[in-house]
Design a protein around this ligand. Structure first.
Ligand code: F3S
Length: 278
């Protein structure tokens, strides 16, 4: 069986940057998991003694605190500053952008609509930058718009960086049908598209697709669902221990892709194990 990697896969710019920052700050701790990958977090802990705060009250004066890739809510940042901790910001610049847009547009009197998952740390962080929290709304589906009453007659929208463009367009279309002024900011990250486009192409020719990444990572889950559209034998795994020999029985081409938070060393371990099955 041939094993083929997608032409774009794995770590994106923001995650590479955050890991580099963490490696450069040994003995620090991160506010929230740095990235969506437990194995990489363990490696940073074991090799660089980079710890993890479970909440703000664990932070002591003069601690070095690294802010995770997905960012943190505005008030948490304010409280951290008040604690006199040394703050190292590893928030991806592409996540900082929607935070700043929400801040600016809400200060200009726009109601804010965020297309994304209300439970995701990135979205919670972006949401927190709205001046009037009651006028910051989060939707995942067009149907969710019916439940919203905007306070203003002008609306600004941003999207969670890892969302699908097509879905964002649906929501924007529905908004325009009912509102006079809609300012649309495309804050969806290209790194996600590139991995998605490559996964789509490869899954069309593969007999079996292996998607490697954190099971709580939204971009990994999206890669998996894209692969499933073209290849019903598509599996999402976090590491090589989850591979099952039966998946590869009678298969000619195994495609491999990985979410934006998956390090190369995990991808290599998975590929080595797949090759050893044959
Ligand atoms: Fe940043 Fe895009 Fe990665 S938002 S963390 S470069 S997927």
């Amino acid at each position: 069986m041939e094993v083929k990697l997608a032409s774009n896969y794995g770590f994106c710019f923001g995650v590479k940057r955050a890991i580099k920052i963490a490696e450069e700050h040994q003995n620090s701790s991160t506010m929230g998991p740095l990235i969506h990958n437990q194995d990489e977090i363990n490696r940073l802990k074991n090799s660089f003694n980079v710890g993890l705060y479970s909440n703000l009250s664990d932070v002591k004066q003069n601690d070095t605190v690294i802010i995770r890739t997905h960012g943190i809510p505005k008030n948490d940042l304010k409280n951290l500053k008040a604690l006199d901790a040394k703050i190292i910001n590893a928030t991806c610049p592409f996540v900082t952008t929607p935070q700043q847009i929400v801040k600016k547009m809400s200060s200009e009197g726009y109601s804010i609509l965020i297309f994304g998952d209300a439970e995701h740390p990135e979205v919670k962080g972006v949401q927190s930058y709205g001046e009037d929290q009651e006028d910051v709304h989060i939707v995942l589906e067009v149907a969710d718009l019916d439940k919203i009453t905007f306070k203003n007659n002008k609306i600004a929208t941003v999207a969670q960086t890892t969302r699908k463009k097509e879905k964002y367009l649906e929501i924007v279309n529905a908004l325009i049908l009912k509102n006079k002024e809609v300012r649309v900011f495309n804050t969806i990250c290209d790194a996600t598209f590139e991995n998605q486009d490559s996964a789509r192409e490869l899954s069309k020719e593969a007999d079996v697709m292996i998607v490697i990444g954190g099971k709580n990572s939204s971009n990994t889950k999206q890669l998996h669902s894209i692969c499933l559209e073209n290849c019903s034998d598509s599996y999402l795994i976090e590491n090589e221990n989850e591979l099952k020999d039966a998946w590869f029985f009678n298969k000619k081409l195994c495609g491999v892709t990985a979410g934006a938070s998956t390090p190369d060393w995990i991808i290599k371990q998975v590929i080595d194990k797949i090759k050893s099955v044959n």
